[in-house]
Design a protein around this ligand. Structure first.
Ligand code: MOS
Length: 727
């Protein structure tokens, strides 16, 4: 079954039976387990570390501190490093939870027991931890320098005179929207197994980018990248927190080098809350102004997020306002405020996820003020070209997405005032969905064998999105083989280099390379079969001329030619596709919520997401991606916050027991995911764009808008918890 078929996940049985090997399942002979001792305070200096009690614990092999580490001469700044300092290089404490010692044990239990007994003396310093809302500080926050890690965009954008226009607009709304820090909480905590053979390193890791780890580690150790091999067979969820090189990956490799034994680190959930990335606290001020008919005159959008004392992570939320609506003027700015906190990072639907919460709430406020249906307000301001540059879209069927979604939901039947259902007040709200498109150069190799089976080899990663199913599907059409006859080998830097698994980019990039590799294999087989390649077609393990009844089996052709296998290399180069076009993904989400005003409860009753994303390779796995996005958005809207305790400078609850995230019981069965019929020929040969993150945008605003519809309360601070709804 090829492109367009709703094939069930090929990797499903492997994963649900527990037979898929994750990094924490791997062991190497003579392996040591590492547990980190982390800083208990947000700022200060390590004066002394006494390891004697720890070393007395049975099974503890050694305790490593900054005195044991080779001093890195590598300039660690920007990708692939998550931040610009490496822990255990000096005595400085830059945030609570920073690793300050590594305990190595023969068992995990021994290492953990040892870590409890390491005695650390610290000279505390005064920590910079803002307690006041970030917005009050915006005027004294400097523009960020250009070392912002993950990706960098211009922090300022202006078109026309938005400030003046906004003030003069007949109707305008200006409001501040805020959200707390949130963690990614993947099911599988980050894990790494580092193993040296001479000066060659093999590193198994739970990651979104094996090549990033290879590049960073080669630089760190000053060895050629060919001497670093990174392997990642399955990554158990990531959402952005495994996109860069984080401390445990460098420290495991360093520790393994020092003790000359393999070292495995499986982070605890507390570690994930101590020194890995998260989405920081973000405060946004959005202004939208229009005439009486709702035609936008200006959009202003100013964003501040918290960052570390060492690096300027920027949450580019203004991206939403830059490109969604046609407006003659706009003024956008990004700021970061430094504090003694751990390094934030991109989190599922970075930029637009937070940005759409603010923009789409403000648009709803404007619609209410104007007395215009919120959907009509969006249609009135539909951007026929990209608003900040005027570039044509590679494809855009947002109008269809709005209309088809509205029909599926019954939006036009929405009553002016809310309905009641027993104790519940029922409200309905909607928002646009909008996400950037990222494409990365990628390569894939396909080998076809005489028995009409094939293997795809590409150095991408499986983070759970469905690529073990859709890549064989893509090759299946061209090679005329059932997807089940095509094996996918991935997650290894020895394979043809593929891009990172983030930015919803895999189908467009790696998928296109797979398609090109399959075409190359078919062409080569055609030549062996004395067929003109552009007239050859393959079906059921046979090749023939298009339209002809006479065919030859793959095995016969290869045997006659004396070949045991035929290989093809496919390359996707994004610079060869869609130059000059603006490329985004679009959609609309409609939600119905119930509010119990006496108890302050908020429940999702049903949702419809309708999306314009180009061609869908597999409607079933694609639906799961968007469904996951809606659930993710519900978490943002109604549940998730990583409570930060300013007096301690730490996240309060470093475990899942103290953090509310959606579970099955929170999600109604009535969630509809709809795709408009579309092929984006500019984005790449697959005709599809990204889907993984789009579904997470817009939802929080749609929920807040539905809450307003139900209760008349405009909630501008997430999550929408009972305290904000009661009374
Ligand atoms: Mo994502 S935040 O692009 O992994």
């Amino acid at each position: 079954m090829g492109i367009g078929e709703p094939l069930a996940r090929i990797d499903g049985p492997l994963k649900v039976t527990g037979s898929a090997s994750y990094t924490a399942d791997l062991r190497a002979p003579n392996m040591l387990h590492a547990v980190f001792v982390t800083a208990p305070l947000p700022a200060g200096k390590v004066i002394a570390i006494d390891s004697s009690d720890a070393l007395a614990e049975p099974g503890v092999f050694s305790v490593l501190t900054h005195h044991d580490m080779p001093q890195s001469k590598t300039a660690i700044a920007g990708p692939p490093f998550a931040h610009s300092f490496l822990p255990l290089q000096d005595e400085e404490i830059r945030h609570e939870g920073q690793p300050i010692a590594i305990v190595l044990g023969e068992t995990l239990e021994a290492a953990a027991a040892g870590a409890e007994k390491v005695n650390v003396s610290i000279a505390p310093a005064i920590a910079r931890i803002p307690v006041a809302p970030l917005w009050s500080n915006v005027d004294r926050i400097a523009l960020p320098p250009k070392n912002t890690g993950y990706f960098y965009l211009e922090p300022e954008f202006a078109k026309g005179e938005a400030d003046r226009t906004l003030a003069l607009a007949t109707q305008h709304v200006e409001a501040v929207y805020s959200q707390p820090p949130r963690h990614h909480n993947p099911m599988e905590p980050s894990a790494v197994l580092a193993q040296w053979e001479g000066d060659a390193l093999t590193l198994y890791a739970s990651t979104q980018h094996v090549y990033a780890l290879r590049m960073g580690l080669a630089a760190l150790f000053g060895i050629p990248s060919e001497r670093v091999r990174v392997i990642s067979k399955h990554t158990g969820g990531a959402f952005g927190v495994k996109g860069l090189l984080w401390p445990q990956e460098a420290l495991a490799a360093l520790a393994a080098k020092i003790v000359q034994r393999p070292v495995r680190v499986v982070l605890s959930r507390a570690d994930m809350y101590s020194f890995l990335g998260y989405q920081p606290r973000i405060v946004q001020k959005v202004g939208v102004g229009s005439d009486d008919k709702g035609v936008l005159a200006a959009i202003t959008h100013h964003v501040v997020n918290l960052t570390t004392v060492t690096d300027d992570f920027i949450e580019f939320a203004t991206e939403a306002s830059k490109s969604l609506y046609a407006t003659p003027s706009m003024l956008l700015s990004q700021r970061a405020e430094r504090a003694h906190v751990a390094m934030p990072t991109a989190m599922r639907a970075p930029g637009e996820g937070p940005g759409m919460w603010a923009l789409e709430s403000a648009m709803d406020e404007l619609a209410v003020k104007l007395g215009i249906d919120p959907l009509d307000l969006r249609l009135i301001n539909y951007a026929e070209t990209e608003p900040s540059t005027g570039a044509p879209w590679s494809s855009k069927k947002l109008r269809e997405a709005y209309e088809e979604g509205a029909r599926l939901f019954g939006w036009r039947e929405r009553a002016g005032s809310p309905r009641r259902d027993g104790d519940w007040i029922i409200g309905q709200g909607m928002a646009s969905c909008f996400m950037g498109t990222f494409r990365f150069p990628s390569r894939a190799r396909i080998v076809l064998r005489r028995d009409a089976t094939a293997v795809i080899e590409t150095g991408t990663q499986d983070i759970g999105t469905g690529i073990p199913t859709i890549f064989p599907q893509i090759a299946s059409d061209v090679l005329g083989l059932a997807a089940s006859r095509i094996e996918l080998r991935l997650g290894d830097t020895e394979l043809p280099e593929a891009g990172p698994t983030y930015g919803s980019s895999s189908t467009m990039g790696v998928g296109a390379a797979v398609l090109a590799a399959a075409q190359e294999v078919r062409d080569r087989l055609a030549r062996l079969a004395n067929l003109p390649p552009d007239e050859a077609t393959m079906l059921d393990g046979r090749i023939g001329r298009i339209g002809a009844t006479e065919t030859q089996s793959v095995g016969e052709v290869m045997q006659r030619a004396g070949e045991t296998e035929i290989a093809g290399l496919g390359i996707f180069d994004p610079t060869q596709h869609g130059t000059g076009y603006a490329m985004r993904t679009f959609g609309a989400v409609f939600v119905e919520v119930g509010v119990d005003p006496a108890l302050g409860l908020l429940r999702l009753r049903r949702a419809v997401g309708s999306y314009s994303v180009g061609r869908i390779v597999n409607p079933r796995t694609a639906r799961s991606q968007l469904l996951g996005g809606i659930v993710w958005g519900w978490g943002m809207a109604a549940m998730e916050q990583s409570a930060f305790e300013p007096t301690l400078g730490r996240f309060l609850s470093k475990n899942l027991a103290g953090v509310a995230i959606p579970v099955n019981a929170d999600i109604p069965s009535e969630i509809t995911v709809h795709f408009v019929d579309e092929i984006d020929e500019k984005a790449g040969p697959i005709g599809g764009k990204g889907i993984g993150e789009l579904g997470a945008t817009g939802v929080a605003a749609a929920v807040a808008n539905a809450v307003f519809h139900a209760t008349g309360k405009r909630i501008r601070d997430l999550p929408i918890t009972p305290d904000k709804l009661i009374g």
